[in-house]
Design a protein around this ligand. Sequence first.
Ligand code: SF4
Length: 118
Amino acid sequence: MTKEMICVSCPLGCMLSVELNDKNEVISVSGNTCKRGEQYAVDECTNPVRMLTSTMKVEGGKLPVIPVKTSKPIPKGKMFECMEIINSVSVDAPVKMGEVLISNICDTGVDIVATNEM
Ligand code: SF4
C-alpha cells in the first residue's frame, strides 16, 4: 500500500510517498529532500504525535480561562482523552507563564503548561 503525505517539518512541504507492507510497516519513503522527511513519514505511520493547544478554566483571574499547551507532542490517539481532563479541572490565579498546570497528562509523560500569565 502507498500512502501520500506532506512533510510539515519545514516550510518546503515536500510531498512524501510511503510504501507500507500488509503489517503497516514502512518499507520505503520517497519524495523527501532530507532525512527529517523520512523520519516524519515513519513517525506519522507508526506513532503520529501532535502538540495540543487549548484553554483551561481559572478561578480568581482577570479572565475565566488561560491558554495552555502540551510541553511536548502527544500521541494523536490521546488528544480527546487529554482534552476531557483539561476541560474537567480549573486552576487558581495567579498563574505564571510556563507553569505546569497538569503533570504527566494521561500517562504520556507530558505536562500541560500555561502559555500566558494570569
Ligand atoms: S523532507 Fe526535509 S526539506 Fe522536505 S519538507 Fe520535510 S524537512 Fe523540509
